[in-house]
Ligand binder design. Structure first.
Ligand code: SF4
Length: 101
């Protein structure tokens, strides 16, 4: 299983071949003064629910299929940046992106 498609509970394989339980290295910092949004790639989301558990103010799971949708058009309000990064890091499918706008 490649690191890009692993479950969040599966340890990452490092370049040295050892396993690490650290979070994926998704580090995105909103630039000050630039409005940022999160978006969920519906083709990739598998409904693992982790994003909504980590950041319930940012994501809602659809009743019909359990897949995630970003609330409020994905707008990240002031103070929600850490929650957005945590949700991105928690998604085992890498379905969440942070974009400008
Ligand atoms: S965006 Fe990722 S963590 Fe959220 S429900 Fe979809 S697959 Fe799961």
């Amino acid at each position: 299983m490649s690191p890009e498609r692993r479950c969040a509970s599966t340890p990452a394989v490092t370049s040295s071949g050892t396993r690490s339980m650290s979070e994926p290295t998704v580090k995105m910092s909103p630039t000050e003064g630039v409005e940022m949004r999160v978006q969920v790639d519906e083709r990739v989301c598998q409904g693992h629910t982790l994003c909504a558990m980590v950041a319930p103010d940012l994501f809602t799971l659809r009743d019909e299929d359990g897949h995630s949708e970003a609330n409020d058009g994905g707008r990240i309000a002031s103070g929600q940046e850490q929650a957005a990064n945590s949700a991105i890091s928690s998604c085992p499918e890498r379905a969440i992106q942070m974009i400008e706008g």
